[in-house]
Ligand binder design. Structure first.
Ligand code: WTA
Length: 631
């Protein structure tokens, strides 16, 4: 690949050029893709509006870059290896030719069901090949996909469908997760009661469980496929046309539908995939994320396929049928790049080493992590027992909003340092800022992490709410994109992400806003008010601690705790359940009525000797009561 960086010097040269001549730099990289028409202008931007446009005037279809252009040279190469939940079920290998045919055919199913360019399609599917096929089929015809993680509840699904006014829902009868079966269709039915915009639901048969099909609305996937052929020309898209919406939690109210567009997203995900993972033609790359999250969008589907890679999709969980499943799959397919989350590493390192050692992991060349800061211990375990000290680890920092990896080493090319994401990728201009927004210079330095120049895959807006996009990302600091993360920078300029500085808590690598969970808790009849904070957890990184005020006379017992967690699971999903729930007489508040979360965090973390000044609180006496009854 023409844009592969192979040495540290090449990295430094690329970085320099990307800063000094960003337009020339990205134009040269963009030359490596198939455009129906080239751009008139590489970049136009204004962070005060905010508005960012890359490759204006260019025409393309991302699926031609992910599929068609490989057919001649890689037609029989495996594009997707699908490993099912049950190791005894047959795996699926799809060549580029087969994937191209199946995407085209399903694209025709969408068209046949009235889906046109610009329509929103909600995809609520487990990790089966049809999920990747559906995503690409939308892109093929210019429909906007909105994938909702299949672990979300019916309420969460409904709110996302409503927000994007989706026309069609793609789901399955059920899904397999370890030894559990989840009735996705039943959950979807619940959601569809509230979503008049949905005209059609197409149901994939996966578990064979009983479902109720609603006449006129619900159709079987396999029956729909029979009605169409597999010839579907790719829709011509403008570089700035919407490719997809993906929801991420915010620190307030409803989730934010981040909007990504076609041209810049394609260029940046492909470029970063190639360089960070140092992918080579015969490599077998495996990212364990779910396509319901941005990591799956960018680094299971689009980035790898744009580069003609072989990408593994895994339906199951790391501990089924036993805690060696990841390593079994690595051995089975001779995986060369393995990309996972720190929370998975921490969970797996708790098991006896034999679980790892009985598998041949010698194929591994590169290891990666994403989603949250990795702790020293997990880093060394990963390095020693999975990489055998020979596989570079790329600690990739990025966000749903950034579309692609922003700060990371390039495997084996640029230096690594345990727990540090290290250096910005070419094109990325990070800055550390103090609370007043002044740049923190020198080293080592610590501050809030912002980015001061656009990159091709930055989210362009929040669907239907540009003001919120501006308020959330571009208002804290003038002319800069604010990440919501804190970071430190060492003498060599290496960055270490220290965690969120806002009210988002990362639990097992999933972003959870405190406000939406508090809103759910407050819906319970027994509850007056609540506050959620994160506290350190061995495996999850952070877990949730809820402080809840109950109505007079209500008994705060375990049955109530369970009811509250069930309510959270129903409204958001099981991932948002609270590990600890403490019933409190009141919450520590400032004189302006703001909850002092800092104190609640300290109590939850058991850091009692350093509570800071509490004398300015409206109700300082509550603090000792809270400490006394902490759980
Ligand atoms: C956190 C996931 C430390 C960070 C791709 C960010 C990380 C949030 C790392 C985005 C990392 C992600 N080191 N923290 N390597 N990667 N994060 O939108 O707080 O699900 O803001 O995107 O995860 O999470 P999101």
């Amino acid at each position: 690949m023409a844009f592969k960086i192979k040495t540290l010097t090449e990295y430094r040269d690329s970085y320099q050029k990307s800063i000094q001549q960003p337009e020339a730099f990205w134009a040269e990289i963009a030359e490596n893709f198939q455009w129906k028409k080239k751009w008139d202008k590489v970049l136009e931007w204004d962070f005060t509006k905010p508005e960012v446009k890359w490759f204006q005037g260019a025409k393309l279809n991302i699926t031609e870059n992910c599929l068609d252009r490989h057919l001649e040279t890689r037609g029989d190469k495996t594009a997707i290896i699908w490993e099912p939940n049950d190791p005894n079920e047959a795996a699926v290998h799809l060549t580029y030719k087969q994937l191209h045919e199946q995407v085209s055919q399903f694209a025709n199913v969408l068209k046949n069901n009235g889906v046109a360019k610009g329509d929103r399609v909600c995809i609520y599917l487990p990790m089966v090949p049809e999920l990747a096929i559906a995503v690409l089929a939308c892109a093929r015809i210019g429909a906007v996909h909105s994938v909702v993680f299949a672990g979300f509840s019916s309420v969460a699904l409904a709110s996302r469908i409503k927000d994007a006014q989706c026309k069609i829902l793609l789901t399955s009868d059920g899904s397999f997760r370890g030894n559990k079966t989840i009735e996705l269709k039943t959950i979807a039915d619940e959601a569809l009661k509230e979503t008049p915009s949905i005209e059609t639901a197409i149901i994939l048969k996966r578990t064979g469980g009983a479902v109720t099909m609603q006449d006129g609305r619900d159709k079987w996937w396999h029956e729909e496929l029979e009605k169409v052929d597999n010839n579907c020309p790719a829709e011509e898209m403008d570089a700035e046309d919407m490719l997809f919406i993906l929801y991420t939690s915010g620190s307030t109210g409803k989730p934010k539908g981040m909007v990504h567009t076609c041209g810049g997203y394609m260029v940046y995900t492909a470029y970063t995939f190639q360089n960070v993972f140092q992918y080579e033609e015969d490599d077998i790359y495996w990212c364990t994320a779910d396509i319901g999250w941005i990591t799956g969008h960018s680094y299971i589907v689009y980035g790898p396929l744009a580069q003609g890679a072989t990408t593994v999709m895994f339906e199951g969980i790391p501990t089924y049928p036993d805690a060696g499943r990841f390593w079994e799959v690595v051995e089975k397919y001779k995986v060369t790049q393995f990309y996972t989350a720190p929370t998975a590493i921490r969970a797996l390192e708790k098991f006896p080493l034999e679980v790892v050692e009985k598998h041949d992991l010698s194929s591994i060349k590169v290891l990666g992590t994403v989603g949250e800061p990795i702790n020293e211990e997990a880093w060394h375990w990963y390095d020693k027992h999975i990489g055998h000290g020979k596989a570079p680890i790329v600690d990739t920092w990025w966000q749903t909003e950034t579309g692609g990896i922003m700060i990371s080493s390039l495997a084996g090319v640029t230096p690594q340092k345990p727990t540090f994401a290290t250096l910005p990728l070419p094109g990325i201009q990070p800055v550390l800022l103090d609370d007043e927004g002044a740049p923190v210079t020198g080293s080592p330095a610590q501050g809030k992490l912002a980015i001061q120049f656009p990159w091709p895959s930055i989210a362009r807006t929040i669907y239907g709410d540009h003001q919120r996009y501006k308020d959330t990302y571009f208002s804290a600091f003038t002319n800069k994109y604010f990440t919501g993360d804190g970071a430190l920078r060492d003498e060599k300029g290496f960055y270490r992400i220290t965690g969120r500085v806002d009210d988002v808590i990362i639990v097992s690598g999933h972003n959870l806003g405190t406000a939406p969970i508090e809103n759910v808790i407050n819906q319970h009849d027994a509850v007056v008010e609540s506050a959620i904070v994160g506290f350190p957890h061995d495996i999850k990184g952070n877990a949730l601690y809820a402080y809840i005020i109950l109505h007079e006379g209500v008994d705060g017992n375990d049955a109530l705790r369970k009811e509250i967690n069930d309510l959270i699971a129903k409204n958001i999903g099981p991932i948002a359940k609270c590990d600890k729930i403490q019933f409190v007489p009141s919450l520590p508040k400032t004189r302006s009525g703001k909850i002092m979360r800092r104190i609640l965090r300290k109590v939850a973390a058991d850091e009692l000797d350093n509570l800071g000044d509490i004398s300015t609180l409206l109700n300082p006496e509550v603090v000792s009561a809270i400490i006394k009854h902490r759980v």
